[in-house]
Structure formats: C-alpha cells, structure tokens
Design a protein around this ligand. Structure first.
Ligand code: HEM
Ligand SMILES: CC(C)=CCC/C(C)=C/CC/C(C)=C/COP(=O)(O)OP(=O)(O)O
Length: 304
C-alpha cells in the first residue's frame, strides 16, 4: 500500500468519488437511449411509474458495471495518463469499498427491476452488466482487437431493455435500435483509441490501432460509419419511423461520414477526438429524431 492510499483509507470517502465511479456521463446516455426505447414501444405515452422505475433500475445497473470496471481495471488505469486520476489509482477510495458500492448498486437495480418492472428486463439488464463488467473488461479487452465490437453488445442493449420494460417483450423494432448502437460503437471507440494509442500500448491492451496500426483503424472507422449510415435507414425502410427521422439520419450520417473521411486522410489526434465527440452528438441526435418522429403524428392529430 503506498502512502497516498494509506492516508486516504483513514478518511471517509466523498460522495463525489462515488459519483466518479459511476461514469455518470456514459450512464446518462445509456438511460437516455433506454428511455427512447420506452417511448417508441407504445403508440401513446409509456406508463409513467414503470418507466421511472425502469430508468432507475437500468441506470443503477450501468453505474454498478462502471464501478466494477474501475475496480477490475485499477492496475492498467494507474499506468495510463488518461485514467491515472480516477478514484482508485489516485487513492481516493479503496478497492474493497468499490466492490461493496458496485454490489449495492447492482442489487438495488435487480430488486427494482424484479419488483416494479418485469423479470425479462431484469434478466437482460443483468446479462448486460455481466457482459460489460466481466466478459468485456476481464476477458475481451485483453484478448482481441475485436473487444469493443463484441463488447458493444452490452452497450447496445439499453433501448431493448427500455422497450421490454414497458411491453414485456423483445420486439424486432427494438432490435433495430440495438443494431444502431452496435454499429455506432466501433467508430465511437476507435476514434478515441487512435488519439490515446500511446496509453493503450503502455499497458499492452490490444486495441486496434496498437495491433493493426492507425491506417487499418482509420479504414475500419470509415467502413463501420458507412455501415452505420446504412443501418440508420432501417427504421425508415421498415416503417418504424417516418420522413422526419429519415432527414435526421441522412443529415447526422453525412456529418459522421465527413469526420470519418477526414480522419481516413489524416491521423491527427485532435481530429480523432473531434470525431469521438461527434459520435456522441450523432447518438443523441439520431435518438432524439426517433422520438420526435414518433410523436409528430400524435401531436398533429390532437384536436385544436
Ligand atoms: C463497449 C462499448 C463501448 C466502449 C468500449 C466505449 C468506450 C469509451 C471510452 C474509452 C470513452 C472515454 C472514457 C473517458 O474519457 O474516460 C468513452 C466515453 C464515452 N462514451 Fe463510450 N464506449 C462504449 C459504449 C458506449 C455507449 C453504449 C454509450 C452511450 C449510450 C457511450 C457513451 C459515452 C459517453 C457519453 C462518453 C463520454 C464520457 C465523458 O466525457 O466523461 N459509450 N467511451
Ligand atoms: C445496462 C448496462 C449494465 C449497460 C452496460 C453499460 C456499458 C456497456 C457501458 C460501456 C461504456 C464504456 C465507458 C465503455 C468503456 O470501457 P473501457 O473499460 O474500455 O473504458 P475505460 O478504459 O475508459 O474505463
């Protein structure tokens, strides 16, 4: 134990430290996509009470998975510049405290989903938690440069969880939303990995830019972005969404392609981080468009 961790272990852990363990920004986005899944699952408005419990349950599960990721990755996180100030490497909290915190969040999440939502949502959320915290973090991340493609299945689950929470079933339209996030994840992450490749190389994590070089990664980003733009048309082509969504899918997709093409030409770290930033704008934009598009006919049909 180093002196910092010794000093910190005698002090109470701040609530800010616990919040930092939850990766709140990521959890916020996850809950956002889950909530859109709830809204799209029904023609009118989803049941309020169930939706609130489901959002809380899914958010707590994602936060629990994030805390476990901090615990399981603590040694690598201490080596990388981008992660060395996280709560564990900086000694603001002890590993056992993080495990207890994650267990409490995970248990609360399961209790909420089982008692107030439904068993299928609880099961699928549990599988997502295990998929990210253990299968991805412990195994895939260190095993193959396809780690984030396969692990992306956990991150793509939330709209399915939201849909299932209000209907009790996994609808094919919900799987389209899954596919959308699943194809979005590789360009989202690989743009970041290009910018942070020196960090990943330091800890021998086989991310694509390390194992196959930056050029191959740039090409993969472009190809997955093209695939993403094609997949983003499916909600319109299957009749799930209308023209408004189509316009947004084409517009936001053109933006993503613009970044991916520019990034293909130059592996500038700043541009890579801008592409990563745009991936978040894209996700929020396209899911917001799905929601607005879903309610336009409803609003238009209201008596004036
Ligand atoms: C397995 C799939 C995924 C991988 C490997 C991945 C990877 C990453 C990485 C490495 C970062 C940077 C972390 C940092 O700066 O500390 C990040 C940031 C972020 N990711 Fe992902 N991500 C995945 C899925 C998702 C999903 C599904 C969402 C949302 C629905 C998401 C939303 C975000 C957000 C909002 C940030 C910014 C966090 C911040 O600025 O604090 N990610 N992601
Ligand atoms: C509902 C539920 C339980 C969903 C699971 C949530 C999920 C899959 C989140 C993934 C988001 C994320 C930040 C991945 C990066 O991990 P990393 O270890 O590669 O990134 P890091 O090195 O920055 O920690």
């Amino acid at each position: 134990m180093n002196s910092t961790t010794h000093i910190e272990s005698t002090h109470a852990v701040s609530w800010r430290t616990y919040l930092a363990l939850c990766k709140l920004k990521v959890v916020g986005h996850i809950v956002f996509t889950a909530v859109i899944g709830m809204f799209l699952a029904v023609p009118g408005l989803p049941p309020l009470v169930v939706s609130l419990w489901a959002s809380l349950g899914i958010g707590l599960a994602a936060a629990s998975a994030a805390a476990l990721n901090h615990f399981l990755d603590r040694r690598a996180d201490a080596e990388m510049v981008r992660t060395q100030n996280r709560p564990l490497p900086s000694g603001h909290v002890q590993p056992n405290q993080v495990v207890i915190f994650a267990a409490i969040l995970g248990t609360l999440s399961m209790a909420i989903l089982l008692l107030f939502v439904n068993a299928l949502t609880a099961l699928l959320t549990f599988l997502s938690l295990i998929g990210y915290a253990f299968i991805y973090t412990v195994y895939l991340k260190r095993a193959t440069p396809q780690n984030i493609v396969i692990g992306g299945a956990a991150g793509a689950a939330p709209p399915v969880l939201g849909w299932c929470a209000v209907t009790g079933e996994v609808h094919p339209y919900a799987l389209l939303l899954f596919l959308l996030i699943f194809t979005w994840t590789p360009p989202h992450f690989w743009a970041y990995a290009i910018a942070k490749r020196d960090d990943y190389a330091k800890v021998n994590i086989p991310m694509l830019p390390i194992t196959h070089g930056v050029e191959v990664t740039q090409l993969h980003i472009l190809l997955y972005t093209i695939l993403l733009v094609i997949v983003s048309l499916f909600p319109y082509l299957t009749g799930m969404s209308g023209f408004l969504y189509l316009g947004a899918a084409v517009g936001f997709g053109a933006g993503f392609l613009y970044y991916a093409i520019r990034l293909k030409r130059t592996a500038d770290n700043k541009l890579a981080m801008k592409t990563f930033g745009y991936s978040l704008v894209y996700l929020v934009g396209i899911f917001s468009a799905l929601l607005i598009d879903h309610y336009v006919p409803l609003i238009a049909s209201l008596p004036r």
